[in-house]
Design a protein. Structure first.
Length: 275
């Protein structure tokens, strides 16, 4: 199947993009438009919101209704869009630092409310745009510009954070696992409620260079070797899972969304006004 059909979803006049050669962000962008195309969704009824960071530049290249907003505030903006235009598919795309650090409270409360959003997290384990500082997902004992002697903090497990906060669809993939990534984004878009798709991606420029993997292919090989399917991981002891990336669909449940409750409240208030 030709991929030229996907060009219509991109603002080609904005090319070339600003990402480093070999950056996994381009893989995620292609996977996203691939998922949109396979679902035959109307681009005029899709809104994509991003904050600040390398990955958040994606909204400049996507030919949908897009918003490039403030650092950490993409979910807040997206919530407003969804409440104002409930018929839209509203997507948030951002990095681990943007969504889980400065935007962490917005993230957990959107999960708690079961907002009808699809949140795609580009997790490269580091702040790429601002100089390679460690982020909430930087693994312990790895290096960054602000951790020259090794990171001493525990990392967030994005999947566990999303599940425990109340998200109703949660999945994880890597840029090496492209077919899986497309499928999980499709499933997240189809899901009614808070969907979180974490995609492990490579920042070889900073994370890779600081940790002995300065070339894109080295990081892709790392994702291939370290990834374990969820069903296999469930049978493995904790010591064997140390340092592994568990990939798969972790949660997919139906639950009333905040948006449905909001619409019911509006109807209730409208009915009272007529009394």
């Amino acid at each position: 199947m030709s991929t030229s059909r996907l060009l219509t979803y991109l603002r080609q006049d904005r090319m070339p993009h600003v990402w480093c050669p070999g950056c996994g962000n381009g893989v995620i962008m292609k996977a996203f438009v691939d998922a949109i195309d396979r679902l035959l969704l109307d681009p005029e009824r899709i809104a994509v919101v991003s904050g600040i960071g390398c990955s958040s530049r994606v909204t400049g290249y996507l030919n949908f209704n897009t918003m490039h907003t403030l650092h950490g505030r993409a979910i807040a903006f997206a919530t407003g869009v969804k409440l104002a235009r409930p018929e839209f598919k509203v997507v948030v795309m951002g990095g681990d630092g943007d969504v889980l650090a400065i935007g962490g409270n917005h993230f957990i409360h959107a999960c708690r409310r079961n907002m009808d959003l699809t949140v795609v997290i580009f997790n490269n384990n580091i702040y790429g745009m601002t100089g390679g500082q460690y982020s909430p997902t930087t693994p312990e004992d790895t290096y960054a510009s602000t951790a020259p002697y090794g990171n001493i903090e525990d990392q967030f497990d994005t999947v566990k954070l999303a599940i425990n906060s109340g998200a109703t669809y949660v999945a994880r993939s890597t840029v090496y696992h492209y077919v899986q990534t497309v499928q999980y984004i499709q499933n997240g878009l189809k899901h009614k409620g808070m969907s979180v798709i974490e995609i492990m991606t490579n920042c070889h420029t900073y994370f890779g260079r600081y940790n002995g993997m300065p070339e894109p292919v080295q990081m892709l090989s790392y994702f291939k070797e370290k990834s374990v399917p969820l069903k296999k991981a469930e049978k493995m002891p904790p010591e064997e899972l140390e340092g592994k990336i568990v990939i798969g669909e972790f949660v997919d449940i139906e639950k009333e969304t905040y948006n449905e409750k909001y619409e019911q409240l509006k109807l209730k208030l409208a009915f009272k006004e007529k009394e």
